[in-house]
Design a protein around this ligand. Structure first.
Ligand SMILES: *[C@@H]1O[C@H](CO)[C@@H](O)[C@H](O)[C@H]1NC(C)=O
Ligand SMILES: *[C@@H]1O[C@H](CO)[C@@H](O)[C@H](O)[C@H]1NC(C)=O
Ligand SMILES: *[C@@H]1O[C@H](CO)[C@@H](O)[C@H](O)[C@H]1NC(C)=O
Ligand SMILES: *[C@@H]1O[C@H](CO)[C@@H](O)[C@H](O)[C@H]1NC(C)=O
Ligand SMILES: *[C@@H]1O[C@H](CO)[C@@H](O)[C@H](O)[C@H]1NC(C)=O
Ligand SMILES: *[C@@H]1O[C@H](CO)[C@@H](O)[C@H](O)[C@H]1NC(C)=O
Ligand SMILES: *[C@@H]1O[C@H](CO)[C@@H](O)[C@H](O)[C@H]1NC(C)=O
Ligand SMILES: *[C@@H]1O[C@H](CO)[C@@H](O)[C@H](O)[C@H]1NC(C)=O
Ligand SMILES: *[C@@H]1O[C@H](CO)[C@@H](O)[C@H](O)[C@H]1NC(C)=O
Ligand SMILES: *[C@@H]1O[C@H](CO)[C@@H](O)[C@H](O)[C@H]1NC(C)=O
Length: 489
């Protein structure tokens, strides 16, 4: 605490309105603006939650602050992330006389117009720039305002420790619509690209990502996939990433997206995006994976009003376990195969120990009439209550046309121990393409009961070796069978 005193003194009574980055050795400590409690020494971050000893290159009382407090300094150019630099200037030492240069460095924005909305993006990016390689970045408790896109894709061997709240602005929707970074997939884009290698980002159950999603929901007015509406966090061209203990509230669009990445583990996450207006939360998926492999998703609780965990094209070796989803599209492979000229492959996926409440579907596969394959997928120990149409497979999602022309094979798929209640009288509806019938489907311990009693129907079409699949089909499933029903059939 004491070593920050000169800084506080220099600022006079005013608290800094913007975050401040202090670098000590390979560690950057970021304290949010307008929060006196955040003006703490890094000693207050429990050592167990740090990867490095921040004191290793500093020496307590003797510390000195290098800072730029020039009141004449002009405002930075708005919208210039990373425009910060270091402007070292020795402060008088408490003991008088000149102090030796210290390992501590500090950077913070030059004075801005008092009317400017607080934007901590430059400081956040500065911390990533200074400590994003072989370093640690600690975001202290408090609120960080993010008004600009963030591209932190050159990280290497970094531990990111977040104790505070990141709030993405929504009073500048036009900015986001035109500046979100493309993630190429289906024209989608993102507010934050995170990539590189050997990255851990931990929130200790305290980090909160607030996307101000209600504003996005209200301006989107139930439309799907608005161009430029940003995914909250995209893991992009990354290897060896561990993300843990972060909570999302009101995401702008999908909460997370994993693309062109390998060996990504995401554990103990909570997400909740629920509209409180007449407009619905749509396209607020928990996560989507695409062109990625070796992914572990464990212990998530998600309320999202769209797909909870969605495995898209060219994903392989994905293990999802211990996930609870409310108001969602649950566990899903797809959509894939939208471009028949570009095959999509999904293989080696396990979803297990999943609980679902009030979902559209439970354990399902959705493809367009395209090319590629889905193979070796297991849905195991899935329990649910009040799911519209629990087991669902379609070869022609959304259009429900051209269903029997799909060449996208669906093979070696297991549904084991799938139990719960369906909202209507259909437990399973499976329409495979007659041109590429589903093969090697295995069902065991399927116990799905309609909420209103009676027995549930099992509708199937174009399943090879249906008799030995373990599924007792009660009738055919037309290609036009919708993803969700509005009543008994
Ligand atoms: C990773 O960075 C830490 C400093 O944060 C350093 O001590 C360690 O040697 C680095 N590891 C490798 C493999 O470079
Ligand atoms: C993100 O930054 C990297 C450099 O770190 C750059 O190569 C890449 O083009 C940037 N991406 C976007 C979308 O601007
Ligand atoms: C996968 O990433 C984790 C970090 O999440 C790392 O500890 C592990 O060594 C990586 N595995 C491989 C095979 O690189
Ligand atoms: C699972 O995640 C919740 C937060 O959603 C956390 O409280 C709990 O400790 C986690 N369980 C394990 C075993 O990490
Ligand atoms: C999600 O948020 C909504 C609205 O704030 C709330 O009603 C609901 O209980 C939350 N869900 C969970 C699982 O916390
Ligand atoms: C599984 O989820 C439950 C309920 O959220 C949680 O209490 C438990 O810690 C989780 N276990 C693991 C291994 O993540
Ligand atoms: C999937 O991977 C295949 C083969 O690597 C590639 O041809 C195809 O373009 C990829 N599909 C997508 C949608 O990226
Ligand atoms: C099927 O996927 C599981 C889980 O990823 C994997 O362990 C198994 O080896 C795969 N089987 C085949 C035949 O590839
Ligand atoms: C899933 O649950 C079963 C039964 O409770 C347990 O034996 C298994 O270890 C769990 N799997 C995972 C990956 O947590
Ligand atoms: C079936 O799944 C439930 C959770 O839905 C689990 O409690 C039970 O142990 C599983 N049964 C078997 C035989 O694995």
């Amino acid at each position: 605490m004491r070593f920050l005193a000169p800084f506080l003194l220099a600022l006079g009574a005013a608290r800094p309105a913007f975050a401040v980055v202090v670098k000590s050795g390979s560690t950057c400590i970021v304290t949010p603006g307008a929060a006196t409690r955040a003006m703490r020494s890094i000693g207050l971050v429990p050592p167990a939650e740090r990867d490095v000893d921040p004191d290793s290159s500093s020496s307590g009382d003797e510390q000195n602050i290098w800072s730029d407090l020039d009141p004449e300094a002009g405002a930075p150019k708005p919208g210039a992330p990373g425009s910060l630099g270091h402007y070292p200037r020795p402060m008088p030492s408490k003991k008088g006389g000149a102090s030796p240069p210290s390992a501590l460095e500090m950077s913070f924005p030059r004075r801005r117009a008092a009317t400017a909305a607080a934007d901590d993006t430059p400081q956040i990016l500065d911390a990533f720039k200074q400590c994003g390689k072989d370093g640690t970045i600690i975001f202290q408790e408090g609120t960080y305002n993010i008004r600009q896109v963030m591209n932190t894709t050159d990280l290497r061997n970094v531990s990111i420790e977040i104790h505070g709240t990141f709030v993405w602005s929504a009073d500048n929707i036009q900015y986001w619509l035109s500046h979100s970074y493309s993630v190429t997939y289906a024209g989608r884009s993102t507010a934050w690209l995170l990539g590189g290698r050997d990255i851990s980002m931990r929130g200790f159950g305290r980090a909160l990502f607030d996307g101000n999603g209600q504003v996005w929901i209200d301006q989107n007015r139930n439309a799907g996939n608005q161009n430029g509406r940003p995914i909250s966090l995209t893991i992009w061209r990354a290897n060896n990433v561990f993300i843990d203990g972060i909570r999302w509230k009101m995401a702008q669009f999908w909460h997370t997206f994993v693309a062109h990445s390998q060996n990504i583990t995401m554990t103990n996450l909570e997400m909740n995006t629920s509209s409180n207006s007449q407009w619905k939360a749509v396209n607020t998926d928990g996560t989507d994976t695409w062109n990625s492999k070796d992914i572990v998703i464990r212990n998530w609780t998600v309320t999202c009003h769209d797909d909870c965990i969605s495995i898209k094209g060219n994903s392989s070796n994905v293990h999802v376990s211990n996930v609870t989803c409310y108001e969602s599209g649950a566990m899903c492979v797809g959509s894939i195969g939208s471009n028949a000229g570009q095959p999509d492959f999904v293989e080696n996926v396990v979803f297990e120990n999943v609980s679902l409440y009030h979902s559209s579907n439970a354990a399902w596969i959705k493809t367009y009439p395209g090319t590629g394959y889905v193979r070796n997928v297991t849905f195991r120990n899935i329990h649910f209550e009040n799911v519209n149409q629990p087991i669902y497979v379609t070869s022609c999602i959304y259009s429900y046309q051209n269903c029997d022309n799909s060449r996208l094979g669906i093979t070696d798929i297991h549904w084991e121990n799938i139990t719960g209640t369906s909202r209507y009288n259909v437990a399973a509806a499976i329409h495979c393409s007659s041109r590429a019938p589903c093969d090697d489907l295995h069902f065991s311990n399927i116990d799905i009961k309609p909420m209103s009693g009676g027995t549930a129907k099992v509708l199937c079409s174009n399943i090879k070796n249906q008799a030995s699949s373990g599924l007792a089909c009660t009738g055919p499933c037309p290609g036009s069978q919708p993803q969700q029903l509005s009543g008994n059939v």
